[in-house]
Write a protein that binds this ligand. Structure first.
Ligand code: PMV
Length: 322
């Protein structure tokens, strides 16, 4: 029996990934840029055991749903194929998300799983290779392999990985308005956007140009331009999602209340801009020195947590045959 334990954090995209070019290889239609956080990690242990007749998956101490086990098992197949090892494994994962934080993160989950599974099956992968592998579990997981701010290249299979980029000091104030399950899973809504939104081609075109501008602003240390691009990109992604057939709307009245507060902060001269993933919750980008006042300004309309750029996925422990 061999095992490995890895830890990974969620990431928040400032230029979003929305839409796949290749479903099987999990290749995105566009590049994206995100911040790996320093809070809410996922810890995952993969125990490879030749006596098991199938894989098993426990999430926060309870047996995971058949659908979740299936997704983990298909991911382990990729690792087994590369390692030339057909043994099954027990996967145990715990999310340090405080109850109600609403940041259910497949990104941290698959980044931790990729790191632990690769080690447990004896694969020696560098960061780039692990990012490519994590991508196959959940696209955005490619970015949680990397610390701090990273860009995930659209590329082909070999070139589609995340790598670090230069960025100024920043903070993200997470504003949770609803910790419940989202009505439509992001995978499904993403697929619908590609297939049915009349705006999807324009989104792709715009996202590429926004990514270029974001990389330039990040390298220049221009947090205000980064923020402006971040909020604009998020609103455009949600506009595309709302134009799906049938339409999907993730932002709720409570989300809009947070967006209004962020606008008010800007009117008062604070550099703060919001983004939202495929759900009603927001993350507000600001300078580290403004994070507490931003959090205070929205604390009555959302539950808040302050995050900063955090470490990439890493191995915590392993016992693997030589
Ligand atoms: O986590 P995934 O791979 O299903 O993608 C979700 C994409 C967004 O979170 C909405 C945007 C992003 O780039 O993270």
């Amino acid at each position: 029996m061999t095992y490995a334990t890895a830890l990974a954090h969620p990431n928040i995209a400032l230029v979003k990934y929305w839409g796949k070019r290749d479903e099987t290889l999990s290749l995105p239609a566009t590049g994206s840029l995100s911040v790996t956080l320093d809070i809410l990690p996922t810890t995952t242990t993969v125990e490879v055991d030749g006596s098991l007749r199938s894989d098993a998956f426990a999430l926060d101490g309870a047996t995971a749903s058949p659908a979740a086990l299936e997704r983990v098992s298909r991911f382990l197949d990729l690792v087994r194929e590369r390692a030339g090892d057909d043994r099954h494994a027990i996967v145990r994962s715990t999310n340090e998300v405080p109850t109600g934080a609403g940041l259910a993160s497949s990104a941290a989950g698959f980044a931790a799983l990729a790191t632990a599974a690769a080690a447990a099956y004896g694969l020696r992968l560098d960061e780039r290779e692990r990012s490519r592998l994590a991508r196959r579990g959940s696209g955005s997981a490619a970015r949680s392999i990397v610390s701090g701010v990273s860009v995930w290249h659209a590329g082909d299979d070999a070139a589609s990985f995340a790598e670090p980029v230069e960025a100024p000091p920043l903070a993200l104030v997470l504003a949770t308005v609803d910790a419940g399950e989202k009505p439509v899973p992001s995978r499904q809504a993403m697929r619908q956007s590609v297939a049915t939104s009349p705006f999807f081609a324009a989104w792709v075109d715009d996202a590429e140009r926004t990514l270029e501008a974001m990389l330039a602003a990040s390298a220049a240390g221009d947090l205000e331009t980064m923020g402006r691009l971040t909020e604009r990109n998020a609103m455009r992604m949600h506009a595309v999602i709302q134009s799906n057939d049938p339409p999907v709307r993730y932002l709720t009245g409570a989300s809009l209340a947070v967006l209004d507060r962020v606008q008010r902060l800007r009117d008062e001269g604070v550099v703060a801009h919001a983004t939202a993933d495929a759900g009603p919750n927001l993350a507000v980008l600001c300078a580290p020195g403004d994070a507490q006042s931003v959090a205070d300004a929205i604390a009555d309309v959302a539950s808040v947590a302050i995050a900063h750029p955090g470490p990439g996925a890493r191995l915590l422990a392993a016992e693997v045959a030589a």
